[in-house]
Design a protein around this ligand. Sequence first.
Ligand SMILES: NC(=O)c1ccc[n+]([C@@H]2O[C@H](COP(=O)([O-])OP(=O)(O)OC[C@H]3O[C@@H](n4cnc5c(N)ncnc54)[C@H](OP(=O)(O)O)[C@@H]3O)[C@@H](O)[C@H]2O)c1
Length: 283
Amino acid sequence: MSVTVIGLGPMGHAMATAYLDKGYDVTVWNRTARKADDLVARGAHLAPGVEAALKANELVVLSLTGYDAVHAILEQVPQALAGRTVVNLTSDTPANARTAAEWVASHGGTQITGGVQTPPPGIGTPGVSTYYSGPADAIETHRAALEVLTEVDYLGEDPGLAALYYQIGIDMFWTGLVGYLHGQAMARAHGVSARQFREHAVKSLDFGYFVELYAPRIDAGDHSGDMENLAMAAASLEHVVRTAEAAGVDGAIPRAILDTFRRGIAAGHGQDSLTRLTDVLTS
Ligand SMILES: NC(=O)c1ccc[n+]([C@@H]2O[C@H](COP(=O)([O-])OP(=O)(O)OC[C@H]3O[C@@H](n4cnc5c(N)ncnc54)[C@H](OP(=O)(O)O)[C@@H]3O)[C@@H](O)[C@H]2O)c1
């Protein structure tokens, strides 16, 4: 029932708060110390430095912008990692997660890699999960503490796996979310409010049907255009670009997708399903 949280951006702050809510003895450290003020007022201990933060508890949660920050902090005091389990919930590439796990292990510590699948308000609430990978025994030892934050979605021993799943998910998330915002710029430019369009947006963004249809076809390399094809999609997207630009909305985002469709068509795949893009997008 004790934990150190290093990194008090919105995410780390929510995590420290969740631990305090559950009665944990919480030590925090952040480069900008004032971000700990309200946590200290609630009973958290503000470590005077990174070494003290690492020494305070066996379990250390890291929530930083990227692994450059992880190294900038931990490389100050590598000797303090001995015997520590570092739950690294910092987003970065799978390769960087693997390198960091090896480096932590070389100093006698253990890294659990995590990819959090909720914004900060979801921390400590049911129904949200975090991808984890790394040593299974470390996950089991600390499962109760991890579950204070979110549910545990354990993927396997490879420390890069949680980072990989996270980056795949976030790739789809940012692309989809910007698609929503582009649509709302188009709606507003045509006098339709975001509220008016809200329930239509929810329906348009639900492409679970295509995920189920496409997944086995992608794995099988089956790109049969029995329902849709790249030629039709390109014609459709040209209408989107024209509708956007006629209203003064930047068409660069749909144009970039249109260019991708056209690359597929130029390669002779005009009658293939959009699943063919998994090849077109791979160099
Ligand atoms: N926010 C979300 O919705 C969300 C959702 C899922 C996953 N994540 C991931 O969770 C992690 C934390 O998220 P966040 O929103 O809290 O991010 P953030 O605002 O970028 O958090 C920044 C934290 O990293 C520290 N930091 C950055 N560079 C540093 C350096 N060179 N040396 C020391 N400390 C450094 C900051 O310290 P200072 O306070 O001193 O600047 C702060 O504590 C990120 O990897 C993010 O991608 C975020």
